[in-house]
Design a protein around this ligand. Structure first.
Ligand code: ATR
Length: 282
């Protein structure tokens, strides 16, 4: 069989997903293709989605700005995606379209692959900086994995509170202003940066001032992957923290999507380094 996969979003021309999924197809020995389906804001979204249905794709990814807009076009939505309020992966199961969100789960997988001891310690003290869609997915995945101490620091407190409310019966979450959080940084074992501050072309920026010290042995994680070595990660490393890079999240959320589409495990060895080289060449 020839698998047909796609990505919808705007813009998508520079997406790395075709490269990642073509690698996955090759590595699993499956035949198929991964097409970019750019849907410009002035186009009819409903019409483009109908076209996609008529082409009987096996599955597709959804990126900005359509992760919420796709939901009314689906037959089912997984509980996780429902709670997160966004879908990034759609699976065609016998003509039924089912929506999932693999972003947060992919993030946690990428983190635990690099630092396996994390999955053994559910009492780890974790802070998420930022309260956008990515923070929401990561928070959901961490709580679902059983982590109990996850605080959220954000510029707009109400946005952080909206995330903390999602699963408040399962976890112990404090919401902090950025200023309060900066004083508390040495208390955390894992700090996850999810804002867009420090992304190219503003790579010299960082949400962290230069003089914040980290807990020895703690992990600093940035979901930005352009550049890979963000100012935040460089500063954290200088203070003795271990680092976790954003491009690995990209890889593992795709791996999880590919598994949902094909029911096949895909070996990922060596791909993070290859992806890093591609990104650094841009
Ligand atoms: P995504 O959905 O891709 O995760 P987003 O919705 O743009 O991204 O969310 C970005 C996050 O970065 C938000 O939490 C935003 O803070 P607010 O909730 O206060 O808007 C945060 N952010 C973006 N620019 C920021 C800045 N200059 N200073 C502080 N926080 C910022």
């Amino acid at each position: 069989m020839d698998f047909k996969f796609a990505l919808i979003g705007y813009p998508v021309q520079h997406s790395l997903s075709p490269w990642i999924h073509e690698q996955f197809l090759e590595r699993t020995g499956l035949n198929g293709s991964y097409m970019l389906e750019e849907i410009a804001p002035e186009q009819s979204f409903a019409q483009r989605i109908t076209d996609l249905r008529n082409r009987s794709v096996n599955g597709f990814n959804v990126t900005v700005p359509y992760k919420q807009k796709i939901i009314p076009f689906l037959d089912e939505v997984s509980d996780g995606a429902k709670q997160i309020g966004a879908v990034n992966t759609v699976v065609n199961r016998d003509g039924k379209w089912i929506g999932y969100n693999t972003d947060g789960k992919g993030y946690v997988r990428s983190l635990c692959e690099q630092y396996p001891e994390i999955s053994q310690n559910k009492a780890l003290k974790i802070a998420i900086i930022g309260s956008g869609g990515a923070a929401r997915g990561i928070y959901h995945a961490l709580v679902t994995e059983g982590f109990r101490f996850i605080d959220i620091a954000n510029r707009t407190i109400s946005n952080a509170e909206a995330i903390a409310k999602l699963q408040q019966d399962q976890t112990n979450t404090m919401v902090l202003s950025l200023e309060t959080f900066m004083q508390a940084v040495p208390e955390y074992d894992l700090i996850i940066q999810t804002t867009s501050i420090g992304m190219k072309p503003n790579q010299e920026q960082s949400i962290f001032p230069t003089d914040v010290s980290f807990k020895p042995g703690s992990i600093a994680s940035d979901i930005i992957y352009q550049p890979i070595e963000t100012t935040f990660l460089k500063r954290a490393q200088k203070q003795g923290a271990l680092v976790h890079y954003g491009h690995t999240m990209l890889l593992y959320q795709a791996q999880y999507a590919f598994e949902l589409w094909t029911n096949r495990q895909v070996p990922i060895e060596g791909m993070a380094e290859q992806l890093r080289r591609i990104l650094e060449g841009r």
